[in-house]
Write a protein that binds this ligand. Sequence first.
Ligand SMILES: NC(=O)c1ccc[n+]([C@@H]2O[C@H](COP(=O)([O-])OP(=O)(O)OC[C@H]3O[C@@H](n4cnc5c(N)ncnc54)[C@H](O)[C@@H]3O)[C@@H](O)[C@H]2O)c1
Length: 248
Amino acid sequence: MKRYENKIAVVVGAAHGIGFSMVERLIEEGAVVAALDLEPDVMIEKFSKYGEKVYSIFCDVSNKQVVEEAITKVLEKFGRIDVAFSNAGIIGRKSLLDTTEEEWKKVIDVNLNGTFYVNQAVLRSMVERKIKGAVVNTSSIAAYTVSANTGAYSASKGGVSQLTKFAAIEMAPYGIRVNAVAPGTSVTRITEGTRFNKERNEKFLSNIPMGRYGEPEEAASAALFLGSEDASYITGITLIEDGGFTLF
Ligand SMILES: NC(=O)c1ccc[n+]([C@@H]2O[C@H](COP(=O)([O-])OP(=O)(O)OC[C@H]3O[C@@H](n4cnc5c(N)ncnc54)[C@H](O)[C@@H]3O)[C@@H](O)[C@H]2O)c1
């Protein structure tokens, strides 16, 4: 069954990793996708095989005006947005005492403020057009747990999960659902610091009951469930997808 047939979808942070998998899965399931990222050239190359089904647009989520311009381009091209995945994110690795103001603000600007800008622009478009759509934000298990040197990241993702609840309550009367997915450690660029470090790799793997990292396709699957009609009575949740890591 194709759950996204005739749907206009937006994926933010679409060039690599989990966002890239989201685009591929959405196309498989029948959607037309507007793919937003800092790296339009990478997207044009990766998605050229899909022709008109993927529309790649430059977007820096940390800049409200740029986000609004990108969402306006999507609306001008397709007339509406049915579902959006706000997935762009970066990680910072510094102790609390060593983190500069600039480093702290960069992580918060991309991960938390960017999610706010995307949610506000997309949700406004849905309310104005009476679209009973869905938004899925990418949070993280870091919203619930902390590991050494990733304080700004954890703070940003805790904020994403709270923003998701806030948006869900406000949007429910319009028939719009807002949820988040919280992946555990997944095989993408931002976890190379863990996966390529022998000691950290062994420590992380030993704390995952399923004994392996997640694949980006698995995080995309959880997000696509939340964005689809299969999740029609689910709103405001953060769905943990972590091989059991947070059970300990
Ligand atoms: N990989 C994991 O273990 C893991 C775990 C939990 C949550 N996450 C979250 O998943 C999301 C995707 O990360 P990933 O693991 O696929 O990493 P990734 O680095 O492979 O992908 C991140 C994408 O976001 C884009 N991006 C970064 N800054 C941007 C900006 N300012 N504007 C627009 N796009 C920007 C990048 O270009 C890239 O395409 C992030 O929000 C991340 O925090 C990842």
